[in-house]
Design a protein around this ligand. Structure first.
Ligand SMILES: [Zn+2]
Length: 1003
C-alpha cells in the first residue's frame, strides 16, 4: 500500500495538508505525527479495530465459554491438537501463538466484564518468533457476492488441502473472522456442520476436526458494508461498494485463513442491481457476465495468479472510465482502465500517463513485465490510506488519482506519479513475491518505496528527489526511531498490524534497500533482484530470503548487514579526519553507535556504506587512492564500515582536502564530523554531490538555529550571524545564472523545521524554538528583501506550463513569496492577494493563500479564505487543502478556529482525508498552537481522537500519534500530554489500534 501521503512529505503520512505547506516556506512540521507513517503506503491494515467492548456484550454464556476456551485452548479437539508434536495455539491470529498477554489489564474493558472475560479479551501481542506454517493450504477459492442495500451475502467455497500427512489426531482449522461477519452456514464436502463441529468466537471460526485429506469447505456469511465506518473489508464510499483488505480486512468479509502465506487462486462472482452498480470489478480476467431477473446483473472474474487474501478486491458502482493500452516488451497488449465518478473524468489523465511511464520503466530498469491483459485503477473518496496494490485492480484514494492544473498542485502531481508507480511496482515486489507474515512487511514496502523513489528520480531531478526523501526521513522517521514506538524495519511483535505501516517500515526500509545498491553497485543490485525473482516467484517469503538472494548473486558476505533488520534506532556515525602533509595521507576515523530503544538496550555494529569524496582547494574532486583498494580514478569511494570503529587512509593526497562525507546520504544515520563552518560554506559552494551541497547548508543553519534556541531559552538578545545571511544571499543569487537549478535553489533556501529542531533540543520548548526560528526567517526576509522580490518577479510567468523548468521556477517564486510574507508588510499582503486572484493554477493559488494564512487581523487573509471557499466548495479534495491550510496556520489561538471548522459543512469526521487535513494539519502545523501553553491544543486532540475512534480506529491511531513524543517537551507540557494519554487509555470501548499506541507511549 501507499500511505496517504502529503506530497513529498506528506504523501506517506496520509495528510494532505503538508502538500501546500511544503510549497511555501511557512514551516509546518509533521514530526509530531511521526508515528503515523509513511505516506506511501497506505497501509491500511488491519482489522478494523474491533471494539474491545463488542465481543462481550452480545454473547450468550456458551459463546463466552467457547471464547474463553479458545483463548485457553480448552476444547477437546484443541486440547488434542495441542498435545501433538507441534503444540501450537492454532487458534491464534496469523498462525502465531498468542503467547503473552499485555502486561497490564486493560482498563478500557473493565466495564461489564468479569475477571475471566477481561483476561480473555486483553489485546495480546503477536510475536515473530511464534510463526508456524499453516496446516492447511487453500488451492482454490470461489467467492460469490450478492450485493444488497441492507445485507450482502457472501458465499465462499474453498478447496482445502492439508499440508501434513494423514493419520493421528485431526488438526483444527482456524479461520479468522470478525464480529461484524454473521455466519449463516458452513459445510464440509456438502454436509452441513452442526454447532458441535466448530467453535465460533469474535476472532474467528475453528473447525475442530476437519478431514485429514483434501476437502471442500463452503461458508456462507452476511455482512453490512453500508455500516462499515472502519473502511476495511467491504464498505461503501459515495454509494459505491469497494474493498480494502490489507492487512487484515478480508476477515471482515468472510471466514478465512487471513494470513499472507496462504496463497490461492480466486474466482469471484459479483451480482448486483444493474442500474445502481453498472460496473462490477474484481481481480484477474473477466470470464463471464450477464443479465439476471429483477434488474440485476453479474460478472465472474478469474485470477490465475495465486495470491493471499489481502490482495483481494471488489468494486461495484456507477463509475466513468478512461482507457488506454500498453504493449509489453514481449508483445502482450494490456488494456489500462481508470474508473472515477463521471464528473471527474477530465481529471484522470495524469494518473494514466504515470501508469504508462511506470510500466515502461519497470521493463527498462528491472526487466519486469506486466502479466495480465487488463490493469484497472479505481478512485474512491473514503479511503484510510493512499492506495492499494490489489492484483490487477488497484484502489486509490481519489486525491492520488484526480488532477488538473487548476485543481491540483505540482506536489499533488508528483504524489500521483509516485504512488501510481508504487502500486504498479507491487505487482512484482509484493504480489508475485509476497510476505510470509506481516513482520516481513518491509520486504515488499521498503523495496517498493525504493523502486518508486528511483522511478521518480529518473522522471524528475534526481538530486532534488533525494533531498526531499531524506528530509522526510529525518522529519518523520528519525523521531519515531527515538520515541516509544521505535521498532526495527522487521518488528518483533505487534497488537494491531495497522499500527506498523510506519515510516520506519517504509522509508527506513527503502534506505536499507538502497544500501544494498550502494554496496553492490547498480549491476550487482540488479543481479540480486533477478535471483530473488528466479527463486521466489509465486512464494511468500522473508527479509532473510531477500538478503540471501543479494548475497548469493554477488558472492558477497552480508552477515554484518543483518542487524539493519533487527535493530531499532538511528545509528550515529562520527567521523574525524587528519591530514598528514608529509606522508600525503588523509585519514578518516569512523565510529558508529546506536542508543538503546524500548526493549533493546544492546546493539551490535552494522555494515554501512559511507560514500566519500575529497575536494581540492580549487573545489574540484580529487582522484581517490584508498589504502588497500586497487580501483583507480574514482572521485567517490564507498567505505564499508562494519566495526564499532575503523580507520580509512587515503594516499597520494597532495593538498589538504575538504572531505565530502556520506554523499547522497549513503546510510540512514545521524552524522557528526569535525568540519568547520568554513568547510561547510566551501562545500555549499563546490561539492559535486548535490545532496551534500544541500546538506552543508542545512548543517550550517541547523547549528546557527540551535545556538539561537539556547540563547532564546536564556532570554538573551538574538543576533544574526552575517555569514549565514551572506551564504543565503549567494544561494538566492544563483537563480540569476543561466541554466540555474531552481528546484535545488528553492530546496536550499528552506531552513530546518521547528520539528526537526525540537528533536535536537532537550527538553524542547516549542515557544522558544519558534521564537528563534522566526527571528532567523524574519531577519533573512528583511536582509534579502530586494533579492527575494526580484527573484519572485523574474520567475513569474504569463501562462501555466507543466514542464520541469516551469515547475522549478514556480516552486522558487512561491518560496520567495512565502519568505516575504514573514515581513508582515501590507504591501506584501496586497501582492499575495493579487497573485491569489490572478492565479491560473492551483500551485500558485494555494501558495498565495498560504502566504496569507498566518497573517492575523488581515483583511486580505479573510478575503482570500472566503473567496477560495466560494470558488471550490463543490470539490471535496480542494476543500481538504482549505481545511489543512487553516488548521496549520500560525495564528494566535488557532485551536478555536480549528474547533469551529470541525462543525463546518466542508468537514466530515467519517472521511479520513478530512480528518488528516484538519486534525493532522493542526497537530503537524504551527507547533505553538498544538503545543499551546494552556493545553488547549492537547485537549482538542484528546477529544477528537476519542470521537474518531468510535468510527475508525486506524485513523484515530494515526492522529493520537501526535502525543507519542510527549517526553521530549518541557515539564509543564509533559504533564499535560501525559494526562491526555491517560484519559484516552482509560476510556471505555477503545479500539485496539489506539490502545496499542497510547499504552506504548506511556510505558
Ligand atoms: Zn506499498
Amino acid at each position: 500500500m501507499a500511505f496517504s501521503e502529503c506530497g513529498h512529505t506528506a504523501r506517506r503520512l496520509g495528510m494532505l495538508t503538508a502538500v501546500h505547506v511544503a510549497t511555501s516556506s511557512r514551516n509546518w512540521t509533521l514530526s509530531a505525527l511521526s508515528i503515523v507513517v509513511s505516506e506511501r503506503h497506505t497501509d491500511t491494515s488491519g482489522i478494523h479495530a474491533r471494539r474491545l467492548r463488542s465481543p462481550l456484550q452480545e454473547m450468550s454464556m456458551p459463546q463466552v465459554m467457547s471464547r474463553v476456551a479458545r483463548a485457553g485452548l480448552a476444547t477437546n479437539a484443541l486440547a488434542r491438537a495441542a498435545s501433538k508434536a507441534q503444540p501450537v495455539a492454532r487458534t491464534s491470529d496469523f498462525g502465531f501463538a498468542a503467547s503473552r498477554s499485555v502486561s497490564r489489564p486493560v482498563r478500557a474493558m473493565a466495564s461489564a466484564a468479569t475477571t475471566t472475560e477481561k483476561v480473555a479479551e486483553a489485546p495480546k501481542p503477536i510475536y515473530l518468533k511464534d510463526y508456524t506454517a499453516p496446516d492447511y493450504k487453500f488451492a482454490k477459492v470461489v467467492l460469490d457476492f450478492e450485493l444488497g442495500e441492507e445485507v450482502t451475502v457472501v458465499g465462499n467455497t474453498i478447496a482445502v488441502e492439508p499440508t501434513f500427512t494423514a493419520g493421528g489426531d485431526p488438526r483444527p482449522l482456524f479461520l479468522n473472522g470478525d464480529p461484524t461477519v454473521q455466519l449463516e452456514s458452513v459445510t464440509v464436502d456438502g454436509t452441513a456442520l452442526d454447532a458441535a463441529d466448530y467453535v465460533l468466537t469474535p476472532k474467528g471460526l475453528t473447525i475442530t476436526a476437519p478431514p485429514a485429506v483434501p476437502f471442500e469447505l463452503k461458508i456462507t456469511t452476511t455482512i453490512k458494508p453500508q455500516e462499515n465506518t472502519e473502511l476495511e473489508g467491504l464498505y461503501k464510499s459515495s454509494g459505491n461498494f469497494c474493498t480494502q483488505c490489507e492487512a487484515e480486512g478480508f476477515r471482515r468479509i468472510t471466514f478465512y485463513q487471513d494470513r499472507p502465506d496462504v496463497m490461492s487462486e480466486f474466482t469471484t462472482k459479483i451480482t448486483a442491481d444493474k442500474a445502481k452498480y453498472p460496473v462490477l470489478l474484481s481481480n484477474g480476467n473477466l470470464v463471464d457476465s450477464g443479465e439476471l431477473d429483477g434488474g440485476k446483473h453479474f460478472t465472474v472474474w478469474e485470477d490465475p495468479f495465486p495470491k493471499p487474501a489481502y490482495l483481494f478486491a471488489l468494486v461495484a458502482g456507477d463509475l466513468g472510465m478512461i482507457e488506454d493500452t500498453f504493449t509489453t516488451k514481449s508483445g502482450r497488449e494490456v488494456a489500462l482502465r481508470i474508473y472515477v465518478e463521471e464528473h471527474n473524468l477530465d481529471k484522470a489523465d495524469w494518473a494514466m500517463v504515470s501508469l504508462v511511464k511506470s510500466m515502461k520503466w519497470d521493463e527498462d530498469v528491472f526487466g519486469l513485465e506486466y502479466d495480465l491483459d487488463l490493469f484497472n485503477i479505481v478512485a474512491v473518496d473514503d479511503f484510510n490510506m493512499g492506495a492499494m496494490e490489489n492484483k490487477s485492480l488497484n484502489i486509490f484514494n481519489s486525491r492520488l488519482v484526480l488532477a488538473t492544473p487548476t485543481t491540483a498542485t505540482d506536489m499533488d502531481y508528483s504524489a500521483i506519479e509516485g504512488v501510481v508507480a508504487h502500486e504498479y511496482f507491487h505487482n512484482w515486489t509484493g504480489n508475485r513475491v509476497t510476505c510470509r507474515d506481516w513482520f516481513q512487511l518491509s520486504l515488499k514496502e521498503g523495496l517498493t518505496v525504493y523502486r518508486d523513489q528511483e522511478f521518480s528520480a529518473d522522471m524528475n531531478s534526481r538530486g532534488v528527489k533525494r533531498i526531499g526523501d531524506v528530509a522526510r526521513l529525518r522529519m518523520s522517521q528519525f523521531p519515531q526511531d527515538a520515541g516509544p514506538m521505535a521498532h526495527p524495519i522487521r518488528p518483533e511483535s505487534y497488537i494491531k498490524m495497522d499500527n506498523f505501516y510506519t515510516v520506519t517500515i517504509y522509508e527506513k526500509g527503502a534506505e536499507v534497500v538502497r544500501m544494498y545498491e550502494t554496496l553492490l553497485g547498480k549491476d550487482g543490485f540488479r543481479k540480486g533482484m533477478d535471483l530473488y525473482f528466479a527463486r521466489h516467484d509465486g512464494q511468500a517469503v522473508t527479509c532473510d530470503d531477500f538478503l540471501a538472494a543479494m548475497a548469493d548473486a554477488n558472492d558477497a558476505d552480508l552477515t554484518a548487514f543483518k542487524p539493519w533488520y533487527s535493530q531499532a534506532g538511528t545509528p550515529t556515525l562520527d567521523v574525524t579526519t587528519e591530514y598528514d602533509s608529509d606522508a600525503k595521507t588523509f585519514t578518516m576515523t569512523c565510529t558508529q553507535s546506536i542508543a538503546g530503544t524500548p526493549g533493546q538496550s544492546d546493539k551490535s555494529p552494522v555494515l554501512m556504506p559511507i560514500a566519500v569524496g575529497l575536494l581540492a582547494p580549487d573545489g574540484s574532486d580529487m582522484e581517490l587512492v584508498l589504502d588497500g583498494d586497487a580501483v583507480k580514478g574514482e572521485t567517490t569511494k564507498v567505505l564499508r564500515l562494519s566495526e564499532s570503529s575503523q580507520t580509512f587512509v587515503f594516499k597520494c593526497v597532495g593538498e589538504k582536502p575538504v572531505p565530502s562525507i556520506l554523499r547522497n546520504f549513503s546510510a540512514p544515520v545521524r552524522l557528526t564530523t569535525d568540519l568547520t563552518q568554513e568547510d561547510l560554506i566551501f562545500l555549499m559552494a563546490n561539492d559535486s554531490d548535490q545532496f551534500n551541497r544541500w546538506e552543508a547548508g542545512q548543517t550550517l543553519t541547523r547549528s546557527l538555529l540551535l545556538d539561537l534556541v539556547a540563547k532564546a531559552g536564556e532570554g538573551e538578545t538574538l543576533v544574526m550571524d552575517q555569514k549565514i545571511v551572506d551564504a543565503m544571499r549567494n544561494i538566492v543569487n544563483l537563480a540569476k545564472e543561466k541554466g540555474a537549478d531552481k528546484a535545488f535553489i528553492a530546496r536550499a533556501m528552506a531552513l530546518p523545521s521547528e520539528g526537526e529542531l525540537s528533536e535536537m533540543v532537550s527538553p524542547a520548548d516549542p515557544d522558544v524554538i519558534h521564537a528563534a526560528r522566526d527571528f532567523v526567517v524574519k531577519t533573512l526576509a528583511k536582509e534579502l528583501k530586494s533579492e527575494l522580490m526580484w527573484t519572485m518577479k523574474d520567475n513569474t510567468s504569463e501562462k501555466y506550463e507543466r514542464d520541469g523548468e516551469s515547475r522549478a521556477a514556480r516552486t522558487l517564486k512561491n518560496m520567495c513569496l512565502g519568505l516575504l510574507s514573514y515581513l508582515e508588510d501590507p504591501e506584501i499582503d496586497a501582492e499575495a492577494l493579487a497573485r491569489f486572484k490572478s492565479a491560473d493554477n492551483m500551485t500558485d493559488q494555494i501558495s498565495a493563500l498560504s502566504a496569507l494564512s498566518g497573517r492575523a487581523d488581515c483583511e486580505a487573509r479573510t478575503e482570500a479564505i472566503d473567496m477560495f471557499y466560494e470558488q471550490w466548495k463543490h470539490d471535496p479534495l480542494i476543500m481538504n487543502k482549505w481545511l489543512g491550510l487553516q488548521a496549520g496556520a500560525a495564528l494566535p489561538n488557532n485551536v478555536e478556529n480549528v474547533k469551529r471548522l470541525t462543525e463546518h459543512p466542508a468537514f466530515d469526521i467519517k472521511n479520513p482525508n478530512k480528518v488528516y487535513s484538519l486534525v493532522g494539519g493542526f497537530v503537524g502545523g504551527t507547533p505553538t498552537n498544538f503545543h499551546a501553553a494552556d493545553g488547549s491544543g492537547y485537549e482538542f486532540l484528546g477529544d477528537i481522537v476519542l470521537k474518531i475512534d468510535k468510527l475508525n480506529g486506524g485513523v484515530a491511531a494515526r492522529m493520537v500519534g501526535g502525543f507519542t513524543r510527549w517526553r521530549k517537551y518541557d515539564e509543564k507540557r509533559r504533564v499535560m500530554m501525559k494526562a491526555q494519554l491517560e484519559r484516552i487509555v482509560g476510556t471505555e470501548g477503545l479500539s485496539e489500534n489506539v490502545f496499542e499506541i497510547v499504552s506504548k507511549s506511556l510505558e
